[in-house]
Write a protein that binds this ligand. Structure first.
Ligand SMILES: NC(=O)c1ccc[n+]([C@@H]2O[C@H](COP(=O)([O-])OP(=O)(O)OC[C@H]3O[C@@H](n4cnc5c(N)ncnc54)[C@H](OP(=O)(O)O)[C@@H]3O)[C@@H](O)[C@H]2O)c1
Length: 322
């Protein structure tokens, strides 16, 4: 049998299981009967029903502190890497996240190599390398390089903004559009972007695990619509039932000013929001669609993805009251 092929006897490690993507991926994989081990810095963030699930093992650990990794990788077939180190105060006063991203990935690779891990699946960012690439997107690419340098065969999925309730970039979009009928934006408002529905991202993440031919490959993933940020905001407003936003493009608006503006209007922590804002200058569209050959799916249009995310956000508010 191909050793890259996964069976129901194999266990899969998810690093980042308390996050936006990782949390949803865990539910998808459990739905397919996959045995999981979750590495979490703070296991109390995981739901009690998940922790009690017979298919799930939980290991407390931290990539940066190099804690729990030996235990986490024991007898693991494949691992998902769904982690970033943004947080801190702000990109403008704390650029440490890129160093932390590298250290976390290096510690992961060292432990994975020692345990003879077969496959890694990483969700990183779109964006072409060059001087103009934002620190956040450059860091995503550096992590891809580090993960690929290990012995395990690495599959890299590269995505732009993911449309789903709770995602940091989506929540920024949502709050800006819902709270500001008039927006003054710099030239990035006409930068091109290819958003993707979170359901599609999950289908690709799961599809890659179950298709060993995706091992060792890099895939750009995106939805069917390429649009500008301006168009994305207007489509979101329409999906939400709001009147079109008045978006005024101005020649000068420094990233600092834009960042403080976003801090005022959205609840996304500035240590995450600021690196994402810096990335708005970069075009993030797919340059190939090779994933279609390996994991063919129906790609969700942006408008439909926004409607689903809005409904899901409403349900969450009713359940959690936030
Ligand atoms: N969201 C998007 O729109 C988007 C778009 C394109 C690509 N991506 C990529 O998708 C991946 C997942 O992003 P996300 O949106 O799910 O992020 P997220 O919600 O912020 O989740 C990040 C996860 O990483 C964990 N983590 C951070 N530092 C860690 C450490 N030192 N040790 C162990 N775990 C650590 C966090 O654990 P704690 O709960 O303990 O903090 C959390 O579970 C990232 O690679 C990101 O670049 C996301």
């Amino acid at each position: 049998m191909n050793t890259l092929e996964i069976t129901l006897d194999d266990r899969v490690l998810v690093v980042g299981s308390t996050g936006f993507i990782g949390g949803r991926l865990v539910s998808e994989l459990l739905g397919r009967g996959t045995k999981l081990r979750l590495l979490a810095r703070n296991p109390s963030k995981l739901s009690p029903s998940l922790v009690k699930n017979k298919l799930v093992e939980v290991v407390r650990g931290d990539l940066l502190k190099n804690e729990g990794l030996h235990e986490a990788f024991r007898a693991i077939h494949s691992a998902y890497y769904l982690v970033h180190s943004m947080g801190g105060k702000s990109i403008f006063s704390n650029r440490e996240f890129t160093k932390a991203d590298k250290l976390a990935a290096k510690n992961f690779v060292t432990a994975a190599d020692a345990a003879n891990l077969r496959r890694v699946i990483y969700l990183g960012g779109l964006g072409e390398r060059g001087k103009n690439l934002s620190e956040h997107l450059r860091s995503r690419a550096e992590v891809a390089d580090i993960l690929s340098s290990g012995k395990a065969r690495t599959t890299i999925l590269r995505a732009a903004i993911i449309i789903g309730a709770g995602g940091a970039s989506y929540e920024m979009l949502r709050h800006l559009v819902e709270r500001l009928p008039v927006m003054v934006c710099p030239k990035w408002i006409d930068t091109k972007i290819q958003p993707i529905a979170v359901q599609d991202v999950l289908a690709y993440l799961v599809g890659c695990l179950f298709n060993p031919d995706t091992a060792g490959k890099v895939f750009d993933i995106g939805g069917p619509d390429i649009m500008t940020y301006r168009e994305m905001m207007q489509q979101y407003a329409r999906a939400k039932g709001l009147c079109p936003r008045l978006i005024i493009r101005v020649p000068v608006l420094t990233p600092h000013l834009a960042a403080y503006w976003v801090d005022l209007v959205t609840p996304v922590p500035s240590g995450i929001a600021h690196p994402l804002i810096e990335g708005l200058k970069n075009e993030v569209v797919c340059h190939e669609n090779i994933i279609d050959l390996y994991v063919p799916i129906r790609k969700t249009p942006f408008f439909e993805a926004a409607k689903i995310a809005i409904a899901e956000g409403r349900d969450r508010k009713e359940t959690h009251g936030s």
